[in-house]
Design a protein. Structure first.
Length: 304
């Protein structure tokens, strides 16, 4: 565990916490402690933190809204950066530029306010812009790759570079940012001119559908599994009789089989055990491998 306070002394202007439980920040309300947890408010501060980590040979982990994330109970070693304080959103003509820490929902609201259409499908996605680009988030037939034209990213050697649409190499829950261990700093979305009232009605319709089908009243990490080719993960889980299956406080949602919800002080280990059981059961019954969409990071057991 990191116990020294050298980073705090080096950067007093940055909000930095030591050995902070990540359960305070994840949507599942689970997760062990981060050795160092930092909240930069600018790109410069983010660069300084990565430079410090490189100089001190500390691994770096970046978290956005932690909405599609499971942090294991052992927590995260090294430096963890949460970008939610870097969250500016601006618009010009048909473009919306959003910092990585901005909520994707707020981007849809900004687009609607400027009568820009094309991103209504994201009106209920709880993630951040950075996470959405990182994972090529999608819903209701839309995906980030259909609207993003480029992104500013921070490389592992502290350089800020621009990636165009082709360089982002976006695919199903995939981007080049993942492979190259880069940090999304901002993204630019190209939208079309629309009618504000119609845009709002479509956002309201999709949010109604989401609320009627998904267990939004309980902590969860969103959709847990990727869509297998030719199948729907939720239907496979439902047809395997797994809705309501529970380990500890983690349960396969009785409302939507593709979600695992925290019903009673679940741990990350509870989540992982439910995921493993679901994968094994679906494979035995249907011969289909379910691969996780949720990002799983951290250590199993905290080394003391």
């Amino acid at each position: 565990m990191i116990t020294d306070k050298t980073l705090l002394k080096a950067y007093p202007q940055i909000d930095i916490l030591l050995n902070e439980p990540l359960s305070h920040y994840t949507n599942t309300l689970t997760g062990g402690p981060a050795d160092i947890l930092a909240f930069p408010t600018s790109v410069k501060q983010c660069q300084e933190l990565v430079e410090y980590a490189n100089d001190h040979q500390l691994p770096v982990t970046v978290i956005g809204n932690a909405s599609n994330l499971i942090v294991k109970d052992g927590g995260i070693r090294g430096l963890t950066i949460i970008l939610t304080k870097i969250n500016k959103i601006t618009s010009h003509e048909n473009l919306v530029v959003a910092d990585a820490g901005a909520a994707l929902i707020d981007v849809t609201k900004a687009a609607q306010a400027h009568s820009l259409t094309g991103i209504e499908w994201a009106a209920g996605i709880p993630g951040s812009v950075g996470g959405a680009v990182f994972m090529n988030a999608g819903a209701y037939g839309g995906e980030i790759e259909n609207v993003v034209v480029g992104a500013e990213v921070l490389t592992s050697d502290d350089k800020v570079i621009h990636l165009n649409h082709e360089q982002l190499d976006l695919g199903y829950r995939h981007s080049s940012v993942q492979e190259n261990h880069q940090i999304v700093l901002s993204a630019t979305f190209s939208l079309s001119t629309g009618i504000a009232d119609k845009i709002q009605k479509e956002m309201d319709r999709l949010n109604f559908l989401r609320a009627s089908k998904q267990p939004l009243d309980l902590p969860s990490c969103g959709s847990v599994f990727k869509r297998p080719k030719g199948y729907f993960a939720g239907k496979l889980i439902h047809d395997s009789g797994l809705q309501g299956f529970q380990v500890g406080g983690a349960q396969v949602s009785t409302k939507h089989a593709g979600f695992i919800v925290n019903v009673d002080h679940a741990t990350a280990t509870d989540y992982l055990n439910v995921i493993s059981h679901v994968q094994e059961t679906v494979y035995k019954k249907f011969g289909v491998h379910l691969h996780t969409e949720v990002r799983i990071i951290g250590d199993e057991i905290l080394n003391k």
